[in-house]
Ligand binder design. Sequence first.
Ligand code: UDP
Length: 460
Amino acid sequence: EMTGEHKKHVAVFAFPFASHPPLLLSVVRRLASAAPTVVFSFFSTHRTNQTLFPDTSCCGNIVSYDIHDGLPEGYLLPGKLHEDVNLFLAVAEEEFKRGVEAAEKDIGMKISCLMVDAFLWFSADLADELNVPWVAFWTAGACSLSTHFYTDLIRQKYAQIKGSTGVEDEVTNLIPGLLTVRLGDIQSGIIFGDLKSPFATMAHKMAGVLPRATAIFINSFQELDPDLTKNLSSVFNNFLSIGPFNLVSKQKSQSKADEFSCISWLENKKPGSVAYISFGTVCIPPPHELVAIAEALEETKTSFLWSLKKDSQKHLPSGFLERTAINGLGKVVPWAPQVQVLEHCAIGVFVTHGGWNSVLESIASGVPMICRPFYGDQPINAWMVERVWGIAARVEGGSFTKLGTCRALDSVLSIDGSSKGVKERTKALKDLAHKAVEPNGSSYRNFKTLVDVVVGGASS
Ligand code: UDP
């Protein structure tokens, strides 16, 4: 039981999959330290809470509550993401509701605000019932939020284009605030793919409900997407970019300690010479692409640090690991402290799947990219990186071949000046990212607004 002088009680609902809970918790931590007299109840599944709160269910004015994950008794195959998500969503509304009632009794105070992962669109009704503000967190970029929000509009406009040849490669202006987008890069479930899948349905319902939010916040900075920000600010209440998170949270988000000594390995490398390679926590490129990358690295003699799960390392060409370790060309590790790695001056390019966190961490560190997107919002993120922000080399044909990878690496890492434009634009965005989080920068001010919305007058 919480004792003491708590003046307000905020309930937080996590979407208990992938990197969603730790990202949301990092914002709750910032809010909790800005408003020490407010208690935050953090609702997630036992499995995720266990890793987020390893020692105790309570840290300062944040208390964690477990809700049921919806998995049937004896269900032995968690890890099939879509199945797990569907089972969870089937019980989520009731579970969260019951959880709030229990937490209100436990803390001895009604909640005054409901803060949720935007995927939990149905919780807007609970906020109405309880007569409290509903605040939503979109864990990715303004670009993918826009495509979801404008799904109906995009489907209408697209119906007119449909049928023309090579329609996936068509570049149009379908999204308000975004002059160009390649149709094939819009998330599956909006115009291509299964429009009726549970995930597509969830995203579509979310789009319909988001205008009811008192505030919507994202991990970005508004100078990155001025036109999208302007447009989303006109359709949402308090649309707030409060990132990049990796520049504001002292906490090293997903990055665990440097157990494989990546940073000391980088110390001996020339500035801007090393390729850092990682495809995030979920994506696994097919074996032949891993081989193509490895061959290109050896062919171009590019120094590299590669975060690659143990399971995938067996697909590398024979002798590759040993050769490159002995001659010092590269280092393959199952996990790297990515934020610190990207901040290291030795890194000259980030070969990435275009996950939103990776993209933003790269921008905040001023590292140009080579994107190889797989699914979800990765293709549209990569579109932004390459074609809107112009801070990447493109992989010819959209997947890794030896030749295409050699060319992409050469084009970013060359010292002959051919990558000058990319490097200048990358540096300019890095500066804007850093300015945004400084006192009175846009993200700083937007965070203050978020504090006001979430805790009212109770901030310190
Ligand atoms: N990450 C890391 N070390 C690794 C691989 C990934 O720290 O070796 C972190 C990375 O910094 C980022 C997150 O994991 O914060 C991956 O998030 P992203 O949105 O890029 O991709 P996802 O895993 O969601 O596909």
